[in-house]
Structures are given as C-alpha cells and as structure tokens.
Unconditional design. Structure first.
Lengths: 127, 163
C-alpha cells in the first residue's frame, strides 16, 4: 500500500492554526466572563448534593457510592484534596473560586461548581 | 487486504497488542500538569493501521482496544468515556483520510481533537451538567499537541514497517 510522505501539507498548518485560534477565542470568552463566586456547589449524578459558602472555611467529606471525595474550602477557594477514585484527576485539579469554574470527578460522577448569588432560590443548605 | 490470510491476521493482532501496551503505559503516567489531559499514545497504533492496512482494520484495532483494555483494567464508567472518544475520533479520521486533504499529522490532529470533544460530550451527558465545556479550550490545545506527536510517530512507524 502507498505510504504518504511525512511532510506537513499546507492544509495541516491551516487546520492546526484554526483549532488553536478557536481554543484561544473560547478561552478568552470564558475568562472574560469570570467573576468571584459565592458558593461551591457539589453535584452528584447531576443533582445538587450540597452548597457551601466560599467565605467560610470548611472541610467536607462527600460520600459517593462506596467512595469519597474530600472538599476543602479555604481562603475563598474550593479544592478537592483527596479522593479514592482511580484517576484522582479531581485531586490534581487546581483550586477554583470564579463563577463557572469546576472540579470534575468522572469516576464518581461528582462535580464541584462555583456559583454566584442569585443563581438558585436556595440561599444556604446545611447537611 | 480484504481476505483474512495469516499475514493480515498476525499484523492485526500485533497492532492490537501494541495499542493495548500503549494504553497500559499511558495509564501509568499521571496527568498532573493539566488534569484530565492524556497523550493518546494508543492512537499511534490506530494511525499505523489506517495508513498501512486501511480504514476497516483501523476501526477494528481502535474499537477492540477500547473493549479489551476496559475489560482488563477499566470499569463501566471508563468504558463509556473511552468508547465515546474512540468512536468520535475514528469517524473523523476515516472521513478526512478518505478526503485526502490532510497528511498523517493533520489526520491525527483531527483524531486527537475529536477524541477530546467526544469525551466532553459523554461527560456532559453522564454528569448531567454543561459546565465541563469550560475544559474545552484546554482539551482542544492538548488534542492538537498530542495529535501532532502521535501523527509524526504513527507516520514514521507506518513508513518504516511494511506489513
């Protein structure tokens, strides 16, 4: 079978440029919309499990099925510091504090989303 | 290459084995720098199959790899994510390979990017939140980066190894 030569075609360069520009534009749009969040909201399976004020330091153990994620709120930022999921991507994720930013744990179907005021009727929910 | 003779059978088996080893090696590298970003090394084997054996065999390698790796090392959740990424990436690569506009690097870049988009779609559906779209810019860039590396490696291997 014919094997193509390993040279970059013009189309390749254009493709790479287009994707990188698209990513940059998206990133700009997302980061321009950033504003300080008020709550770290924990969702499990897409349903709200808990809502925590970013101003109040806390350490929350989130039981997920037969596992757990540990969420820490400190200095106005939310961070997942420990979990027993296989990939621990959530633990490696950086702390978040702006509206819309997320920490995702795919194996546990758990997301931590930073939300602002007025996005929910619930002011605070204690568990 | 359409009949299943011994040579094609062994080439396919070896390519599939290589794809599985690459998946295994990749699983041992934690993605500390940017969470959730993977290199997609197994795509080297798929690109190799696409350029030496053809689209049907590339699909065979890609899909069987997903099934076998997840049966051996994964779980139901990891299977859905890898399958979504692999199917998306495979369809895009096969379509553009047929078009013939891009070289192996372009094809592999499209594969890497569409793999990540496929996984974002799967995660959006499974987690029931659209917030994951915020990861898209990072995953687009990482898809391009890994696509270029995988394309060069896959292209070099395809050019040197003639089954």
């Amino acid at each position: 079978m014919k094997i193509e030569k390993l040279t970059l075609k013009k189309a390749d360069m254009i493709l790479i440029m287009v994707i990188i520009s698209a990513a940059t534009v998206l990133w700009l749009i997302f980061s321009l919309g950033l504003r300080d969040g008020e709550y770290a909201v924990v969702y499990i399976n897409g349903e709200e499990w808990g809502r925590f004020e970013l101003e109040r330091n806390a350490e929350i153990e989130i039981p997920v099925g037969d596992g757990y994620n540990i969420l820490v709120i400190r200095g106005g930022k939310a961070d997942v510091i420990d979990a027993d999921c296989p990939d621990r991507t959530c633990v490696f994720s950086h702390a978040v504090d702006s509206v819309g930013q997320t920490i995702v744990c795919l194996p546990h179907r758990m997301t931590v989303v930073i939300e602002g005021r007025g996005e929910s009727d619930v002011d605070i929910e204690l568990r | 290459m359409k009949t299943l003779n011994t040579k094609r059978l062994t080439t396919l088996a070896l390519t599939l084995a290589a794809a599985m080893i690459l998946s295994y090696v990749e699983a041992m590298i934690p993605s500390v720098a940017i969470p959730g970003v993977k290199m997609g090394l197994a795509n080297i084997a798929v690109v190799f199959a696409l350029y030496t054996l053809g689209g049907r065999d590339a699909a065979f390698v890609s899909l069987l790899r997903v099934v076998l790796v997840n049966v051996l090392f994964g779980n139901a959740a990891s299977f859905i994510y890898s399958a979504a990424g692999a199917v998306c990436s495979l369809c895009v690569m096969l379509a553009f390979h047929r078009l013939g506009v891009f070289s192996v690097v372009g094809i592999s870049t499209l594969g890497g990017v569409s793999h990540n988009i496929g996984q974002i779609i799967a995660a959006t559906v499974i987690l029931g939140t659209d917030r994951i779209v915020f990861y898209l810019p990072v995953l687009l860039i990482s898809g391009v980066a890994s696509g270029i590396v995988v394309g060069i490696l896959g292209g070099v291997v395809a050019a040197r190894v003639k089954p």
